[in-house]
Design a protein. Structure first.
Length: 200
């Protein structure tokens, strides 16, 4: 069988303590602390770095360690918490990047129902390349701008795509519309908690 001449994938570095916390037999309390601590450190590191390339490395986190790793670490935390908010930001970006044409269609369908949210989300026009660009802009804003504004843009995006999904026939689209509507509410709540210095 022929072998491909591809360079080996660079392994992502993980602190041994984090690996231990992510193990199946780990203490649930330790996993809870690991989820909140990694989220706090990630946001703090991204926002305090003088290196302009740091935000780009934060954007590439999913490419480095995989969405499933972030899901293992953060997805089970409450939606209205820092790890819950970060999980949703990365999840939304991944959806926008991997299905930019589909997202653009759903978004365009929802604009007429929720114009104010369209203005906040800032995807105009919703072409695939614009969807991918805004996906990066929203997450980049979490590390280089006002974190609450990044959360509000993501919430507005979810509101528009929720309205668009509800307009498309099919049970799957209606279920997605409901999930996006809930995600929009959670991200808006997280923005308010961040401004009150209460998003932990």
């Amino acid at each position: 069988m022929a072998t491909e001449n591809r360079p080996p994938r660079r392994p992502a570095f993980r602190d041994p303590a984090v690996l231990e916390l992510m193990g199946e037999g780990s203490d649930p309390i330790a996993r809870l602390h690991a989820a909140h601590e990694t989220a706090r450190v990630l946001v703090q590191t991204g926002r305090s770095a003088d290196d302009p390339g740091m935000a780009e490395r934060m954007l590439a986190l999913v490419d480095e360690i995989g969405l499933s790793t972030l899901a293992d670490l953060w997805a089970s935390r409450p939606a209205r918490s820092l790890p819950g908010a970060l999980w949703r930001l990365y999840f939304i970006r991944e959806w926008m990047r991997t299905d930019s044409a589909g997202v653009g269609r759903v978004y365009a369908e929802g604009v007429r129902f929720t114009e104010p949210n369209h203005v906040v989300a800032g995807i105009d026009p919703p072409r695939p390349e614009d969807v991918r660009r805004i996906a990066d802009d929203i997450l980049r804003g979490a590390f280089t701008g006002d974190f609450a504004v990044a959360l509000e843009r993501a919430a507005a995006f979810c509101a528009v795509t929720s309205a668009g999904s509800a307009e498309i026939d099919g049970r799957d689209h209606l279920l997605r519309a409901q999930r996006l509507q809930q995600m929009s509410a959670d991200l808006s709540a997280c923005a308010a908690l961040w401004r009150a210095d209460s998003l932990g």
